[in-house]
Design a protein around this ligand. Structure first.
Ligand SMILES: [Zn+2]
Length: 345
């Protein structure tokens, strides 16, 4: 499809993935349907479209950095409309004082069980006193853990309700902004973290470039994102990768080669690169959401497929003393996530 504007009829030639069961009615209707081509958002290369997502958007794989990406250009306006319709006021309803108390009291135990934070801490020479910027902090699930580990952490997110919750109820400095718009001084951070973030922005490389600028020499950029390498392994197989079938707000899926490209681009060393984990099994997630049915019945679908909401549902279950300490099921087997720690020069 490179070089010409793909029409809907061109897309019919490609395999079209079905929505994950139960998510059909949550699929966005992209209206107007985007027609402008999008090049690889990481290296600027081009690739051939390889599949069509359940929302009708083609996904291409870059021939350069192997990144999978939505091959048509969504506008900020379309994305804004999608996010509004997607979240509704559900997220706001989750952000209770009960959740805040749980996040603060459980932070040390959750942090001790979190293998990504253990790894980042080891590579950073320990957390205490480290100046950390948590990009896409959401409702502070990880932010609260890093503070409990002794870091001087600040969060930023574009979601106003999440930022208000984090600063008011968790007592963590948080701002409603993007990294590119946030007027921070250069070389002032020891660690920049992006948990489940880089798959969201239209221009992820610009965000990463700004993160690199914020880091002191030798500082660490750590991110966890859906693993396009896993998608590549399952291309053409009967069971297509679920990363392409859920969470239609994701606009790119980094490959291990994408991480290598980013490291080269910014002169970073890759200190850690790992593929791990499966999505929360549906039965466990369903159990968590069933426990909250009535109070949060509208969240059942969101809880299954949106990591932030899923985590909040688990957190609330624990806050309410249900069943067991609800640390998110965390599997180091599987390959759903890509976890990278880069060191800037
Ligand atoms: Zn690329």
């Amino acid at each position: 499809m490179s070089g010409s504007t793909p029409l809907r009829s061109d897309l019919q030639e490609l395999p079209r993935l079905s929505a994950l069961p139960g998510t059909e009615h949550a699929l966005p209707a992209w209206d107007p349907f985007p027609i402008a081509l999008r090049d690889c958002p990481c290296c600027g290369g081009r690739g051939a479209a390889v599949l069509v997502r359940p929302d009708g958007l083609p996904v291409a794989q870059c021939s350069g950095c192997r990144c999978f990406y939505v091959a048509l250009m969504l506008t900020d306006e379309l994305l804004d409309r999608y996010y509004r319709g997607y979240w509704g006021n559900a997220k706001t309803r989750l952000l209770t004082e009960e959740l805040a108390r749980y996040l603060v009291s459980s932070a040390p135990a959750r942090a001790a069980a979190d293998h990504t934070l253990r790894k980042i801490g080891t590579l950073a020479g320990g957390w205490p006193g480290k100046r950390v910027l948590d990009v896409g902090c959401g409702f502070g699930e990880k932010t609260s853990m890093m503070r409990a580990l002794g870091a001087a952490v600040r969060g930023i997110d574009v979601a106003a309700d999440a930022v208000a919750f984090v600063s008011r109820h968790l007592g963590v400095d948080a701002s409603r902004t993007t990294l590119e718009r946030d007027p921070g001084p250069p070389a002032a951070c020891d660690v920049v973290t992006m948990f489940e973030f880089v798959e969201h922005p239209l221009h992820p490389l610009a965000t990463i470039e700004e993160a690199v600028r914020r880091l002191r020499p030798g500082g660490l950029l750590a991110f966890v994102t859906p693993n396009g390498t896993a998608g590549e392994r399952r291309l053409g197989s009967r069971e297509s990768w679920e990363g392409f079938r859920a969470e239609m707000e994701h606009l790119q899926y980094f490959h291990v080669e994408t991480v290598a490209f980013i490291a080269r681009r910014f002169g970073c060393r890759i200190l850690h690169l790992e593929q791990y984990g499966v999505r929360a099994p549906e039965d466990e997630t369903a159990a968590a959401s069933n426990a909250l049915r009535g109070r949060f019945s509208r969240l059942r679908l969101l809880a299954k497929f949106v990591p932030g909401v899923r985590a909040a549902v688990y957190a609330l279950r624990a806050a309410q003393g249900r069943r067991r300490a609800a640390i998110l099921p965390h599997r180091e087997d599987g390959d759903y996530h890509l976890f990278a720690v880069l060191q800037v020069p």
